[in-house]
Design a protein around this ligand. Structure first.
Ligand SMILES: [Zn+2]
Length: 627
């Protein structure tokens, strides 16, 4: 019994020692698979290509194709899991040996231990092979960059020696027996280290978008090269990837072709999602029209909503006209009833009505950024939620649905009809308040939470438990912030990479990102609609832009992109907007919502319509002259 206690104390010491080891090991950041952090996984092919030039230039160790294949093989999931399984078996084996030694008498134990030693020998040989192959693939120096691996190897070799010794000669001296016991425990040290490595590898393999991986890769590259100018270049790359300037709109130079390549990666992930959709063919028939009567929605409006609440081709201008300006209120009342969202907020319809009446009042009567645009975006969100089955694919619950719809409804609240750039350049109060950061996108939700908390009769959030309120608030703010075009390209690149990633989880860790994209894509969805409605929106948005351009001219500020009424060809501008913004966006949407596919063709149809109008707008431009 005493011996067992001693053993446990010894084991404890080993674990402590090991903890210390793993800390310094993480500081070194050089693990047993030296290239793993940056170059492995699904992006390995691309990063290896990236590596080709700098490696040659910088005399870094060049791996042959075969060595790289072996590295990939060692790092593959199957091999890693097999090794871990083996470690598990080895752990059990060691404990069985220790236990049996205590419980059995010597002759009995000796008989059993022969079989166990053979098993142990087999396992140790596999470990030795793993080390040998690793050394072959990475080279001796790089493999043993982590000094703890030397100890691991030593333990394995000595264990091997003792097992062979034990098998060759059963009658060992007492001294050898003591050394053997010590090594048995040192093997436990090895097990803990292997388990830690596995934990670290699994964390590494589940994190990050390609952008993060590239940054991490560049940082490591920077560590190993000596050329200062190259280090500066790497800093530049990291800076550009980290900022949102990688695909800055408006500068359509030859880099753009590459940018488009980066953005258009959404095709691969499609089949999996399609499966989800096909499995869920039955349409939910929610509620009969009669249930909506109590909402006091004008009959004609109710009929339209009943038929077209999730239709991409609903006419928002007609709805607004028939609703006498209350279109947003009726839409939200209808959808709250349709999805039974009152239960999320534990409120009555009249609170919802009051809240969206307040929201509607807050929309300024701009040509474009007005209440009809808000209603249009909220309704397009519902098209993606319901008709395109985002609810099923993202497994959205009522709370998620409510957040998406509210974000769509409030996303331009109080919009002054001026862009962030103008507000910043003219040192507007809003820019000063929000420190030039997503000025309007910060302002809209901020105001919409204020109107709720300042008016009890319109406070849809009042009955929410605090934690739930926090989650809803966070989700809505995230979605409204996603409508800032400044983050469009970088966020889209990341979402694309998530949609095509093998561990893409539209119902799990990727859900909020997709909800963000649903709201953002709805915000730029005009080109996917009927040309007539699309054209109306285009004329409106340019009217708004041009009036900003006039202000900029007056104030002597630089005239923003598309804001010069004397030079902007409406048709040409839309061709660029479709190609560089809307197509990549909906191509990504289609990657996780395949039901959008039939609508994607509208983009090309509408492009053809604009192409035919280029000449007309050229004439128009020629006929007007700046004063
Ligand atoms: Zn908008």
């Amino acid at each position: 019994m005493n011996k067992i206690v001693n053993n446990i104390v010894f084991l404890f010491l080993i674990i402590t020692l090991n903890m210390l080891g793993s800390r310094s090991d993480s500081q070194l950041r050089s693990l047993e698979n030296p290239d793993k952090q940056t170059m492995r996984g699904e992006s390995s092919k691309r990063s290896d290509k990236l590596l080709e030039i700098p490696r040659k230039k910088l005399n870094m160790r060049l791996y042959t194709e075969q060595e790289q294949k072996i590295q990939d093989y060692i790092n593959s999931k199957a091999v890693t899991i097999s090794i871990i399984a083996l470690v598990g078996v080895y752990a059990i084996l060691i404990f069985v040996i220790v236990a049996l030694e205590e419980l059995m008498d010597e002759t009995e134990f000796n008989n059993v231990s022969v079989i166990l030693s053979w098993i142990e020998l087999g396992i140790l040989i596999v470990f030795i092979l793993e080390i040998a192959v690793g050394i072959y693939a990475w080279g001796l120096m790089k493999y043993y960059k982590d000094k703890w691996l030397i100890l691991d190897t030593l333990i394995i070799l000595l264990s091997l020696f003792f097992v062979i010794f034990e098998l060759a000669d059963q009658k060992t001296s007492n001294v050898v027996k003591v050394i053997q016991a010590v090594f048995r425990f040192l093997r436990i040290f090895l097990l803990i280290r292997k388990a830690q490595t596995f934990r670290r590898l699994t964390t590494i393999s589940t994190i990050s978008t390609p952008a993060e991986k590239i940054v991490r890769f560049l940082l490591e590259l920077k560590e190993v090269i000596e050329l200062e100018s190259m280090k500066l270049d790497i800093d530049y790359c990291i800076d550009k990837i980290g900022s949102n300037q990688l695909y800055q709109m408006g500068k359509l130079d030859e880099d753009n072709a590459e940018a488009m390549g980066w953005l258009n990666q959404s095709q691969q992930g499609r089949t999996d999602v399609r499966k989800i959709v096909n499995n869920d063919q039955q349409q939910q028939q929610k509620k009969v029209l009669a249930n909506f009567q109590k909402l006091n929605i004008p009959k004609r409006v109710l009929e339209i909503l009943d038929k077209q609440h999730d239709d991409l081709y609903i006419d928002p201008f007609e709805c607004d006209k028939l609703s006498a300006g209350e279109g947003l209120v009726y839409l939200m009342l209808f959808l709250f009833e349709y999805y039974n969202l009152y239960e999320v907020f534990l409120i009555k319809p009249k609170i919802v009505r009051s809240y969206f009446e307040e929201v509607t009042k807050g929309y300024i009567d701009n040509p474009y950024h007005n209440r009809v645009h808000a209603q249009d975006v909220a309704q397009t969100c519902n098209f993606l939620l319901n008709r395109c089955k985002f609810i099923e694919i993202g497994q959205l619950d009522e709370q998620d649905i409510a957040c998406v719809l509210i974000a769509g409804a409030i996303h331009d609240y109080g919009h002054p009809g001026l862009t962030n750039a103008f507000l910043i350049n003219s040192k507007n109060d809003l820019a000063l308040t929000y420190n030039d950061q997503s000025v309007l996108e910060m302002f809209h939700p901020s105001q919409c939470f204020k109107i709720a908390w300042k008016n009890q009769k319109a406070n849809i959030f009042e009955n929410l438990p605090f934690q739930k309120y926090r989650r809803i608030r966070e989700s809505i703010i995230s979605m409204v912030l996603s409508t800032d075009m400044a983050h469009h390209a970088s966020e889209l690149a990341i979402t694309n990479s998530r949609v095509t990633s093998p561990d893409f989880e539209p119902y799990g860790k990727d859900k909020q990102r997709l909800m963000d994209l649903v709201v953002h894509s709805s915000d730029v969805s005009n080109p996917t609609k009927n040309f007539q409605i699309y054209k109306e929106w285009t004329e409106r948005v340019l009217t708004e832009f041009w009036s900003q351009g006039d202000k900029e001219r007056e104030l002597g500020l630089p005239i923003s992109y598309l804001c010069n009424r004397y030079t902007t060809n409406m048709a040409e501008a839309q061709l660029g907007f479709i190609d560089y913004v809307v197509k990549p966006t909906f191509s990504c949407v289609q990657g996780f919502l395949p039901a959008f596919e039939p609508y994607f063709d509208n983009l090309d149809k509408n492009k053809t319509q604009w192409q035919e109008l280029i000449g007309y707008y050229k004439q128009q431009l020629a006929s007007i002259q700046p004063q």
